[in-house]
Design a protein around this ligand. Structure first.
Ligand code: SF4
Length: 416
């Protein structure tokens, strides 16, 4: 039994791969890439068919954040020439959300820069959620407001929020290298507060910040242990004016391997292709639909995505279908667990699987024997600490990074 056969079988059983298997996926060669995508695609289709869920971002408050997340164009001291504005009024946010829903989005993600909301901010967002729900029957609303207390989470849930996003972003071991103003543990705590309040947890990562393969596997295993319902996979958009502006480490092939690894580790979870897909996957985006079952439609928080119609065309051309409002995203076993105990409680198995980011776990099982892909290089050594070298072919594509100048916070119509 080779690596991919073993991973497919585990994915169909919702069983966690070993760290060595996850590392081996990241170490596969370009010659094996289509086999990797096909194998992870089988797992994706088992749990999500050929459906693609569309999500739409509304940046409620842009820029001027006191936190120092290195990857973020809204951080303290950022020189990035982004839109800066304070809280949108509920009717302004609802109008922006309407455009996304009209374009096919099933979920609206309300994001605000900052360390976390004040109680007054929670009031504002609650009014916004109510306005959006009033105007768009059946729409899901996810809030992403930073670090959250249990009481605030409960108030958002009572206001009608369905989900809360707070990404882990990178491994616990390297978290202090990207942010000093809060900790990995703070982020884990917020995800747990959201789950405890009955909100569906959304938590993911950012790849391409100079991390090693070990770091990527660490953060994805941490996510599996937290058991979110959705995992956004962001690829760093190296914004000029941020400390990570020179980190152009990704190729389309690397992005696909990362997405495949996430799918194998979190087989029945909504894996969302998030910020940076246009910049780093470029013409390979359709292949990523075989791995992720969810994408953002249109623009991101501070950068522009491809035209919304281009997203819809890509989905149709690749043979996928936009998930309708009447369809439940999660597989039946996870949806049932969510309705029984709030959200994010799909952990039937031990170690179960369960932004603030540029867009939006633990381990410990006995290591099974590594089953390497017949034609692949040996898996990365378990102790390899060095950041992955820039792959051949990677190079700055600053021409693909466009600061958002339309939509929420402007007088121009949004891209949806
Ligand atoms: S990621 Fe969020 S908390 Fe961090 S700097 Fe950006 S807006 Fe602030």
């Amino acid at each position: 039994m080779d690596l991919l056969t073993a991973l497919v079988e585990k994915g169909l059983r919702r069983e966690q791969p070993t760290r060595e298997e996850a590392l081996a996926v990241l170490a596969t060669s370009d010659d094996d890439l289509l086999d990797v995508v096909a194998a992870a695609g089988r797992v994706r289709r088992e749990w999500f068919g050929r459906r693609v869920k569309l999500n739409y971002l509304v940046n409620l408050k842009s820029g001027l954040c006191p936190e120092d997340c290195s990857y973020c164009s809204q951080r303290l001291g950022s020189q990035a020439d982004i839109l800066k504005y304070t809280w949108l009024k509920p009717d302004q946010a609802a109008a922006a959300a309407k455009a996304g829903v009209s374009g096919g989005a099933k979920r609206v993600c309300l994001v605000a820069s900052g360390r976390g909301p004040t109680d007054r901010d929670v009031d504002r967002v609650s009014q916004t959620i109510e306005a959006i729900k009033e105007q768009n029957e059946g729409v899901e609303v996810c809030a992403c407001l930073g670090l959250l207390s249990g009481d605030q989470a409960e108030r958002l849930r009572a206001a009608g929020a369905d989900a809360y996003n707070h990404n882990l972003n990178t491994s616990e071991g390297t978290y202090a290298d990207i942010t000093t103003t809060h900790t990995f543990a703070d982020r884990v705590d917020t995800v747990r507060q959201a789950q405890a309040a009955g909100l569906s947890a959304c938590s993911g990562l950012i790849a391409g910040m100079g991390e090693s393969d070990e770091d990527l596997v660490d953060v994805v295993f941490s996510l599996r242990a937290l058991d979110p319902d959705s995992v956004p996979v962001n690829f760093l958009i190296p914004f000029e004016g941020t400390p990570l502006a020179k980190e152009w480490n990704l190729t389309p092939q690397r992005c696909l391997r990362i997405l495949a690894m996430v799918r194998f580790v979190c087989p029945d979870v909504e894996v969302r292709l998030a910020g940076g897909r246009e910049v780093h996957l470029r013409s390979m985006q359709p292949l990523a639909l075989h791995l992720a079952n969810s994408i953002f439609l249109g623009d991101y928080l501070t950068s522009e995505g491809q035209a919304g119609q281009a997203d819809l065309d890509m989905i149709a051309d690749a043979g996928f279908e936009v998930e309708g409002a009447g369809t439940t995203t999660l597989p039946a076993h996870r949806a049932a667990a969510e309705s029984l105990c709030g959200a994010g409680c799909g952990h039937e198995e031990a170690g179960g699987c369960g932004a603030h980011a540029g867009a939006g776990c633990a381990h410990g099982e006995a290591a099974a024997p590594v089953t390497a892909l017949a034609t692949a290089p040996a898996p990365a050594p378990a102790t390899a600490p060095a950041p992955a070298a820039a792959p051949a072919g990677a190079g700055p594509r600053t021409d693909l990074v466009a600061v958002r100048r339309r939509g929420a916070g402007t007088d121009l119509p949004p891209n949806a």
